[in-house]
Design a protein around this ligand. Structure first.
Ligand SMILES: CC(C)(COP(=O)(O)OP(=O)(O)OC[C@H]1O[C@@H](n2cnc3c(N)ncnc32)[C@H](O)[C@@H]1OP(=O)(O)O)[C@@H](O)C(=O)NCCC(=O)NCCS
Length: 171
């Protein structure tokens, strides 16, 4: 049976390995390590999927900033998310997103942004970020940058461009 829980001390190597297997490169695992060592890490919002004691999936929500001409406010970013190939397509990604969103609803953050598959994230309630006045700092197709409000109307009267922590540029 798959369980989803927050990462614990000692999970670091397994999380790195899951990211390596899912992405086929070490960039995402390094990013997780850098974020974990930074002030942008949010304890409890790095979660793992476990099967029979083995970590087979990982999801990270961490802090970024939403910047506009008047203000700068924290926002969560979902990146990266990984399930090892043999376990993909069995609903583990879905379970991890649902668990992480539930926990994030109890945080002080208004919303989660994600840069990802435009056919995958809308099923969890993510919408095109630009429709909410939230812009990506990256030059990407509009539909792949999405946002999920963590409570109704959380982004009313809030607009801006997301600024990612420096570690995103360091990998
Ligand atoms: C994306 C990922 C985390 C999903 O985990 P998962 O456990 O396979 O997800 P689930 O079983 O809950 O959902 C599977 C769905 O995801 C969809 N999906 C997976 N990868 C996708 C992709 N690249 N583009 C669009 N949809 C994708 C599948 O089509 C499937 O859709 P369906 O339910 O309509 O059949 C996993 O496929 C993975 O690790 N991929 C490689 C790393 C990656 O791309 N991470 C996401 C970065 S944004």
């Amino acid at each position: 049976m798959i369980t989803v829980r927050p990462e614990l001390p000692g999970d670091e190597d397994a999380i790195r390995q899951v990211n390596l297997l899912a992405f086929g490169r070490d960039v995402e695992g390094k990013l997780v390590d850098l974020i974990r060592g930074s002030r942008f890490f949010v304890p409890g919002l790095s979660m793992v999927a476990v099967d029979d004691g083995n970590i087979v999936g990982h999801i990270l929500l961490s802090a970024a900033m939403l910047i506009n001409s008047n203000d700068a406010m924290p926002i969560l970013t979902l990146a990266p998310m990984s399930v090892i190939p043999e376990y993909q397509g069995r609903g583990i990604g879905t379970r991890m997103i649902e668990c992480a969103v539930k926990r994030a609803e109890n945080s002080q953050f208004p919303a989660i942004v994600v840069l990802g598959h435009s056919e995958y994230y809308p099923r969890f309630g993510f919408v095109k970020a630009s429709d909410k006045g939230i812009l990506s700092p990256f030059s990407v197709p509009d539909e792949v940058y999405m946002v999920l409000e963590l409570m109704p109307n959380a982004l009313d009267n809030i607009t801006g461009t997301v600024r990612y922590p420096p570690c995103f540029a360091d990998v």
